[in-house]
Design a protein around this ligand. Structure first.
Ligand code: KG4
Ligand code: ZN
Length: 347
C-alpha cells in the first residue's frame, strides 16, 4: 500500500489530499479563494499567492487528519509545479520540498494540466492508452495525445481565452456573478438557445480553439452595438434591462456555442488520430451540456469516454497525488532543488 500526499496551489485553490495507490482518495481538502476574488470579477494573482501562504499549512494538516493517518505514514509528497501563476505555484512547491526534506520522503513534481486527466481514475476506472486527453478549464483548453499517464503531446489548444475564462466572462456580461461557469450552466437550464452566436474557427487544419470572438458576439448581442458618445464608446442597454427569461436564453445560446466549439475540435482530433478512449478533466467538465455531448461523441466514434466525478473537475490535489503515484511506481523522484514554472510540459 502506498500513501501519497498531494499539494496543489497553481491558481486560486489551495488544496491537499491523501491518496492510496493512486485511486483511493482518503482525503481531499480544497480551500477555495472565490470570496477573495469576487469583487474583482476574476482571480488576482497577488491576492492568490498571499492567500496560499496563509492556508497551505492548515489545509495540509486537515488532509492528514481527515485521512486518519499520521504524517510519517506518508510514502512521498507530490506537488503540481507547472503550469500556473508563478507566485501561487511557489507556495505549494516550498511546502512540498520542506515536508520532503523534514520527513526524508521522495518528492515528485507533476504537470497540473496532465494531472487533470488523472481525475477520472480517482473513480476507480483504468484508462487504456493511447488516449485523447481533453482538458477544459479556467486556464486551459487543450487536446493532448497521451501515450501513457504522463507522456503527452499537445495537438490543439486555445489561441486566446480558455473556455472556462469565456464562461466566466459570459456570466459577467449577463450579470450572473462569479465564478461564472456554474451560473451560466444553471441559467441555461431554464432557457432555450434562441439567439445565434458564432462557432469561432481558427485558421489551419489543427484543432485549435478561439473563444474571444464568441465572447464579443455575446456582449454585442446582449447590450447592442456600441456607439461613440462624447468620444466614449457606450452600449445602448445594460444586461439588467433584459428579462430573467431573456438572460436564461442568452446563457443557453452561449453554452451551446461554447460546447459546439469544444466538441468540433474533439471530432477533428478523433478523425485524425487513433486512440483507445477519450479522457477528460478540468473545471468546465462540470458542465451538463458538455458531459452529454461527450457521451454522444463516444458513441459516434465507438470508444469509451472517461469523465471526472464533479468533485474532481475543479482544481484539487487528489488528481496530483494520483498522477504522482504513476511516477512513484516507476521510481521517479525529483531533487530538492525543484522549482516552479508558469509553463506546462505539453499545454
Ligand atoms: O480546472 P479549474 O478549477 O481551473 C483551472 O485549472 O484553470 O476550472 C475552473 C473553471 C472556471 O472558469 C469555471 O467557470 C469553470 O471551470 N466551470 C464551469 C462549470 N463549473 C466550473 N464551466 C462551465 N460549466 C460549469 N458547470
Ligand atoms: Zn486546473
Amino acid at each position: 500500500m502506498t500513501l501519497l500526499l498531494g499539494i496543489e496551489s497553481s491558481c486560486d485553490e489551495t488544496a491537499a489530499a491523501v491518496v492510496q495507490d493512486g485511486q483511493t482518495v482518503l482525503s481531499n481538502v480544497v480551500a477555495s479563494q472565490d470570496e477573495l476574488h469576487v469583487t474583482y470579477g476574476g482571480g488576482v494573482p497577488e491576492i492568490a499567492s498571499r492567500a496560499h501562504v496563509e492556508r497551505i499549512l492548515p489545509v495540509i494538516e486537515e488532509a492528514i487528519n481527515t485521512a486518519a493517518i499520521s504524517i510519517d505514514q506518508i510514502d512521498g509528497i507530490v506537488v503540481g509545479n507547472r503550469p500556473g501563476l508563478i507566485g501561487s505555484l511557489l507556495v505549494g512547491v516550498a511546502a512540498a520540498k520542506t515536508l520532503a526534506w523534514v520527513l526524508q520522503k521522495p518528492l515528485i513534481a507533476v504537470d497540473h494540466v496532465i494531472a487533470h486527466l488523472w481525475a477520472p481514475q480517482l473513480s476507480g476506472v483504468n484508462i487504456e492508452y493511447p488516449a485523447l486527453g481533453v482538458v477544459v478549464s479556467g486556464g486551459h483548453t487543450s487536446l493532448l495525445i497521451l501515450q501513457d499517464p504522463t507522456t503527452a503531446t499537445c495537438i490543439g489548444k486555445t489561441i486566446d481565452d480558455a473556455a472556462g475564462e469565456a464562461f466566466d466572462k459570459a456570466a459577467a456580461i449577463l450579470d450572473l456573478g462569479w465564478p461564472g461557469g456554474q451560473r451560466i450552466d444553471e441559467a441555461a437550464s431554464k432557457g432555450e438557445p434562441l439567439y445565434t452566436l458564432p462557432r469561432p474557427k481558427t485558421k489551419g487544419s489543427k484543432p485549435d480553439y478561439s473563444f474571444s470572438g464568441l465572447k464579443t458576439a455575446l456582449l454585442y448581442g446582449v447590450r447592442g452595438n456600441p456607439k461613440k458618445v462624447h468620444g466614449k464608446m457606450e452600449f445602448p442597454r445594460n444586461a439588467n434591462e433584459l428579462s430573467e427569461q431573456e438572460i436564461c436564453n442568452w446563457a443557453s445560446s452561449f453554452q451551446h456555442a461554447a460546447v459546439d466549439t469544444i466538441t468540433k475540435g474533439i471530432r477533428t482530433a478523433l478523425a485524425k488520430n487513433t486512440v483507445r478512449c477519450i479522457v477528460t478533466g478540468g473545471g468546465v467538465l462540470a458542465n451538463s451540456l458538455l458531459r452529454t455531448e461527450l457521451k454522444a461523441i463516444a458513441n459516434e466514434f465507438h470508444i469509451p469516454v472517461y469523465l471526472p466525478d464533479p468533485t474532481f473537475c475543479v482544481d484539487n490535489a487528489a488528481m496530483i497525488a494520483g498522477l504522482g503515484y504513476h511516477l512513484f511506481q516507476n521510481g521517479h523522484c525529483d531533487p530538492l532543488t525543484l522549482t516552479a514554472s508558469p509553463k506546462g510540459t505539453a499545454s
